[in-house]
Design a protein around this ligand. Structure first.
Ligand code: SF4
Ligand code: SF4
Length: 285
């Protein structure tokens, strides 16, 4: 199972478009699973017209205060790195929205007064679109911590009986914890960017993040043209492979807006995705 995370330093660069089209194209000849880990707003399924068949409710565990056992020693507050548990004069207050479910307060409580209690956090669902297997992780409305669901989604993928040769992961945008926890299990990262100063700025942050994790990467320039060398100059200077330049083409946006698989309609787009698919096949060899 070769995991390829498709990420970007910011939203709106075409990350999902590339994820869906690359996965769908590769699935014509290989066993592929597309996994949407942009858990706060997964939208890859919109382009696949899938019926989510297998659903798994994912629980998160947060501490619950047992007043009768507690001696108000304050160790739980000392042991929580996220300020999610606070000792007041006569009670312990817990802030579940800040809790990272690390179990420290619960396991280090000398009186077992903080048992960890499950509550629904999100849903992982799986289905098929023609040859393409599809998994989506979706955070429940009101749940603020994306990382625990992302972690459990990686476990879900690793435990599947039906392993695909390629797993294409649509990652959360940005360079914060959700993006890092999504890409850190990947074998290769594709950073999608656009040739603008904003695009370059966010690409620099994303490159730094991927380098810190020690994962090999390549860059895809979306809405590019041969005369704009802003991104290619940066990549050349930093020894980063530019895997493809997807040309700026209004018909791509039109088919995207219609919810189509763009590679089936726009030849220049298809050629770029074929180039990326070829590069991925080469990576395995
Ligand atoms: S560590 Fe346990 S006993 Fe001590 S204040 Fe916290 S809940 Fe109470
Ligand atoms: S489980 Fe971890 S993050 Fe949550 S309240 Fe306890 S120590 Fe803090």
């Amino acid at each position: 199972m070769f995991k390829i995370a498709i990420a970007s330093g910011k939203g709106g660069t075409g990350k999902t478009t590339l994820s869906v089209n690359l996965a769908a194209m590769l699935s014509d000849s290989e066993s592929v699973r597309l996994c949407d880990m942009d858990v706060e707003e997964p939208d890859s399924g919109l382009f696949l017209n899938v019926d989510q068949k297998e659903k798994t409710v994912i629980q998160r565990f947060t501490p619950q205060w047992d007043e009768d056992k507690c001696t108000l020693c304050g160790k739980c507050q000392e042991n929580c790195n996220f300020n999610a548990v606070i000792r007041l004069a006569d009670q312990i207050m817990i802030f579940p929205e800040l809790c990272h479910s690390c179990y420290a307060c619960s396991e280090l409580c000398p009186k077992n007064a903080l048992p960890m209690i499950p509550s629904p956090m999100g849903v992982i669902s799986s289905s098929r679109h023609e040859q393409l297997r599809f998994t989506e992780a979706r955070l429940n409305v009101g749940v603020e911590q994306a990382v625990p669901l992302i972690t459990q989604t990686h476990q879900y993928l690793n435990n599947l009986n039906e392993k695909a040769k390629f797993v294409i992961i649509d990652s959360p945008p940005g360079t914060s914890c959700p993006m890092i926890h999504t890409i850190k299990e990947a074998d290769f990262v594709i950073l999608v960017t656009e040739p603008t100063p904003f695009g370059l700025h966010d690409l620099q942050l994303a490159v730094e993040t991927v380098r810190q994790l020690g994962i090999p990467m390549g860059v895809v320039i979306n809405r590019g043209d041969d005369n704009n060398t802003l991104i290619t100059d940066f990549c050349t200077a930093n020894s980063i492979d530019v895997m493809a330049i997807i040309k700026n083409d209004r018909s791509v946006a039109a088919h995207y807006a219609a919810g189509d698989l763009v590679y089936k309609h726009v030849s220049t787009f298809r050629e770029s995705v074929e180039t990326i698919a070829g590069r991925i096949q080469n990576l395995l060899q």
